[in-house]
Write a protein that binds this ligand. Structure first.
Ligand code: MG
Length: 288
């Protein structure tokens, strides 16, 4: 199933997406909160039916599927080989050491829930705060089953579904402040969506992951190239820390971001960043 949060100027609610016909349907029973549906587990999902005639996807407003996560979005840095190398060479990685571009343990940081915006929302360039805004397309896990100290062989049982996040980054702040949080946390810096595909819909480690800036191709990779795979990320994050339904884990971005270019190419006013992952739809955000 593909589940979106949508409205038409009326109350936002959860809808079932039929990507083939480009329609979204109300559900019976109705849910207005994705996390409530996730907490209902497999039985809640099995009981959901489309209701009514539905609406064309382009006639509704899609919001982020989880517009205000209960906790920060967990993110993994440097999780594709070529991206780890382009970042180390860019001069924007504080403390980069030649020959140590690939981490032995995943680098984990977070983005605050307050920076989440919808799949087609405007993103603020924050002129005066940063002059080096960059994009990062990322496969993002949605946790469905609570757990701590989850072993890798059981990890995928805890994944409810998958969505796309643009891990928008202010590179100057990421470099200057060493800890990445300030560069990652600005308002609107986490476009998400356009829906969540439940875990039975996709093979998460064989998905084409792509991005474009103003229709110019920038990133094009496959999630099979993750350095730390999904089970190992869940094992690492849940070690001593309980993961709960609705938690989000962005798994890292492949090569092709703005800092990877010579000279770096940062986003400017009016640029439109589009991203897609197989089966998960696409994001398209104008930077203003
Ligand atoms: Mg990232």
């Amino acid at each position: 199933m593909k589940l979106a949060r949508f409205h038409q100027g009326d109350a936002p609610r959860i809808g079932l997406v039929d990507e083939a016909t480009g329609r979204v349907f109300d559900t019976d029973p109705a849910f207005d909160d994705m996390v409530a549906l996730i907490q209902g587990g497999a039985s809640a999902l099995a009981g959901i039916m489309p209701k009514g005639e539905g609406f064309p996807l382009d006639a509704v407003t899609l919001e982020a599927p989880i517009p205000r996560p209960a906790r920060n979005v967990f993110c993994v840095g440097k999780n594709y080989h070529e991206h780890a190398h382009e970042f180390a060479k860019s001069g924007f990685e504080a403390g980069a050491v030649a020959g140590a571009e690939i981490d032995t343990h995943p680098a984990v940081f977070t983005k605050p829930a307050s920076c989440v915006v919808g799949p087609y929302a405007d993103v603020d360039l924050h002129a005066g705060v940063t002059d080096s805004v960059d994009y990062e397309v990322e496969l993002t896990l949605v946790i469905g089953k609570k757990g701590r100290d989850i072993r890798r062989e059981n990890a995928l049982e805890h994944v409810w579904g998958y969505t796309i996040v643009n891990d928008v980054t202010a590179r100057d702040r990421q470099r200057r402040h060493k800890q990445w949080f300030l560069g990652k946390a600005l308002d609107t810096f986490c476009p998400m969506g356009p829906w969540i595909a439940t875990s039975d819909e996709v093979d998460p480690e064989n998905l084409t992951i792509r991005s474009w800036v103003n229709d110019e191709p920038r990133q094009n990779a496959n999630t099979k190239d993750l350095i730390f795979d999904i089970p190992s990320l869940i094992e690492t994050l849940s070690a001593g820390m309980t993961l709960v339904p609705g938690d989000l884990i962005a798994t890292g971005t492949p090569a092709g971001v703005g800092i990877g270019m010579k000279p770096p190419r940062f986003l400017k006013k009016g640029d439109v960043v589009r991203m897609s992952i197989t089966g998960l739809g696409s994001l398209s955000n104008r930077f203003v």
